[in-house]
Design a protein around this ligand. Structure first.
Ligand code: MF3
Ligand code: CO
Ligand code: CO
Length: 253
């Protein structure tokens, strides 16, 4: 079988590190702006400004016609929420912010869910378990392991906590393009799938729901929401597989 996943060279990895660092910093700074009364459009503007000030380009803007620099998905929205001036954050909301930066031809992609004001204990648990499932997946990103080991680790962590694992959207390889081979599902069977090699760069991004994993696309053609209205959390890191093991390129949260 032809190899479709070309590992990055050390020079390419260095550029990935720089792109990842920019994306991570912008996400941290955006998180500091999250509070009741702020609109998702405000956050989009701030993100675009920070990405450009860093000498990078907002990867999402114009991607397949996407009209903004970030995705901002509120509560039962899972991913791909379009920023809007009328979407104003309110106390008790959770908001997932996803962004990518292209720097010297390479992409860093990262996302996190933030609390707006005071949130419920169950929403806090959903967010904590989603971070933990991402961490469990990253830990399995070692040379010789298989992609199914990563996917399974994410799934087991989330489902053991009683949460749903979104099936319709997945993580991905990343490099010169935001979305490269392979697809990185958040569910799967350990010991199966692509064998992992040093130099591979993957975006792991569990999308976890408080209820059923089933999703629908809203009439705007972009926003993905849970079918049952349950809340959803999303955390994403761009990760390189190195000789020393997994290296998170978007460390911030
Ligand atoms: N960055 C998202 C992902 O994590 C994809 C966003 S698609 C866009 O893969 F069209 F909104 F840019
Ligand atoms: Co992303
Ligand atoms: Co991604």
């Amino acid at each position: 079988m032809a190899r479709r996943v070309e590992p990055k060279s050390p020079a390419e990895l260095d550029k990935m590190r720089q792109a990842g660092r920019i994306a991570a910093r912008v996400l941290v700074e955006l998180g500091k702006l999250v509070r009741p009364g702020v609109s998702t459009k405000d956050l989009d503007r701030a993100a675009e400004r920070m990405i450009r000030e860093a000498g990078a380009v907002p990867t999402f803007l114009g991607y397949r016609g996407y009209p903004a620099s970030i995705c901002a998905s509120l509560n039962e929205e899972v991913v791909h929420g379009i920023p809007a001036a009328k979407r104003v954050l309110r106390d008790g909301d959770i908001v997932s912010l996803d962004l990518a930066a292209t720097f010297q031809g390479f992409v860093g992609d990262t996302a996190a869910t933030f609390a707006v004001g005071t949130i419920s204990g169950e929403d806090r648990r959903l967010m904590d378990v989603t971070v933990a499932s991402l961490e469990r997946g990253i830990e399995r990103m070692r040379a010789g392991n298989r992609l199914g080991d990563v996917s399974n680790a994410v799934q087991v962590c989330a489902e053991a906590a009683g949460f749903g694992v979104v099936r319709d959207y997945v993580g991905h390889g990343i490099g010169r393009q935001m979305h490269e081979e392979p697809a990185v599902a958040n569910y799967g069977t350990a010991g199966t799938g692509l064998r992992l090699e040093v130099g591979m760069t993957l975006a792991l991004e569990p999308m976890i729901t408080a209820g059923s994993w089933k999703t629908k696309v809203l009439p705007d053609g972009w926003t993905v929401a849970t079918q049952d209205g349950s809340r959803s959390a999303h955390f994403e890191h761009t990760v390189a597989l190195t000789e020393a093991g997994p290296e998170i390129l978007t460390k911030g949260f």
